[in-house]
Design a protein around this ligand. Structure first.
Ligand code: F6P
Length: 342
């Protein structure tokens, strides 16, 4: 059997570890052949592939990004898109099954292809950890570690100058990265999309920390919404390419805090640094286990399923399970951080 692997949507540390594990176990233990599909669904519709073998995956689990490249192409769009054309392309290339690695958009397309009769298996990926069907996704641990290092560094310079430091982290819909970073760094305030707060509420905390002769650290998710602020006056809006602007709340908050409290404030937007570079050890292990389990799913012909983490076990669930509501930070988890505020 010949398997095509693709990585689609935003990249994340750990993708290469999935590829390596799948190729090694698939070739050695099951006699499978592998090709890498270049640039996600773009390569699938264009039939752009390269052979993957043991030497092409040697040493890649410690490398960030994806050796296959990625794109946000929708496999149902364009003259070569859609199940019939893709089936023709796969037949021409001798590819029997596709392993699709990606987040919600990737899995939605993979699930649709599976429903249209293609032999597809999903592997969940998001640094935001917002997929409901799995307890954790690889990339999240690395992102939290990078953000934690940044927060620790901001604290020492903040302490020296007695400034309020605002650290904006990724998470456009959910606040998992901010929550974990806030707890890990001992942030004085953590702000997440699931819990809108007013500027007065934030400033009260900042002021009380400062009054105790401490430099406040505020960790904020890029998707956080300030209570009482209409969209038109918030950081939201469209960028030069007409895409919704996501980041920027940190840069909005710091001057607002300074204006209202008189405390000198600075913001740092961490951005894609959280997605780049080597995966943490924990992410390499999780990604490797996902890769092994995805090959098992192919051998069992469990088309339309994806691998997931439940507790410490790797399980198989319908891809559709990952496409419902996002996994938001529940109230009780936010309370855990909030107890430590101020
Ligand atoms: O979905 C993961 C994520 O990292 C979000 O937290 C962030 O808003 C987005 O990707 C950024 O995407 P892009 O790489 O397209 O700018």
């Amino acid at each position: 059997m010949r398997v095509g692997i693709l990585t689609s949507g935003g990249d994340g540390p750990g993708l290469n570890a999935v590829i390596r594990a799948a190729v090694l176990t698939g070739m050695v233990h099951h006699g499978l052949e592998f090709v890498g599909i270049r640039d996600g669904y773009r390569g699938l519709v264009d039939g752009d592939v390269r052979v993957l073998n043991r030497s092409s995956v040697r040493g890649i689990s410690r490398i960030g990004g994806t050796i296959l490249g990625t794109s946000r192409t929708n496999p149902y769009e364009g003259p070569n898109g859609g199940p019939d054309k893709i089936r023709e392309t796969l037949d021409r290339l001798g590819i029997d099954a596709v392993m699709a690695l990606g987040g919600e958009g990737t899995l939605a397309a993979a699930n649709r292809l599976a429903n249209d009769g293609l032999q597809v298996i999903g592997v969940p990926k998001t640094i935001d950890n917002d997929l409901d069907a799995t307890d954790y996704t690889f990339g999240f641990d690395t992102a939290v570690q990078i953000a934690t290092d940044a927060g620790d560094r901001l604290r020492t310079t903040g302490d020296s100058h007695m400034r309020c430091m605002v650290l904006e982290v990724m998470g456009r819909h959910v606040g998992w990265i901010a929550l974990h970073t806030g707890i890990a760094t001992g942030a004085h305030v953590t702000l997440i999309p699931e819990q809108p707060r007013s500027i007065e509420w934030i400033c009260d905390y900042v002021q009380s920390v400062y009054d105790r002769r401490r430099a406040p650290l505020v960790v904020v998710s890029e998707g956080f919404k300030l209570e009482g602020m209409d969209e038109a006056h918030s950081h939201k809006g469209l960028d030069a390419f007409n895409r919704p602007r996501l980041g920027g709340i940190g840069e909005l908050l710091a001057p607002m805090i300074e204006e209202r409290t008189g405390i000198e404030s600075r913001s740092t937007v961490l951005g894609h640094i959280q997605r780049g570079g080597a995966p943490s050890g924990a992410d390499r292990v999780l990604a490797t286990r996902f890769g092994l389990a995805a090959v098992d799913a192919i051998i069992d012909e469990a088309w339309g399923s994806m691998v997931a983490l439940r507790g410490t076990d790797i399980v198989r669930v319908p891809m559709a399970d990952a496409l419902g509501d996002l996994k938001r930070v529940p109230e009780h988890r936010y309370r855990e951080a909030e107890i430590l505020f101020g």
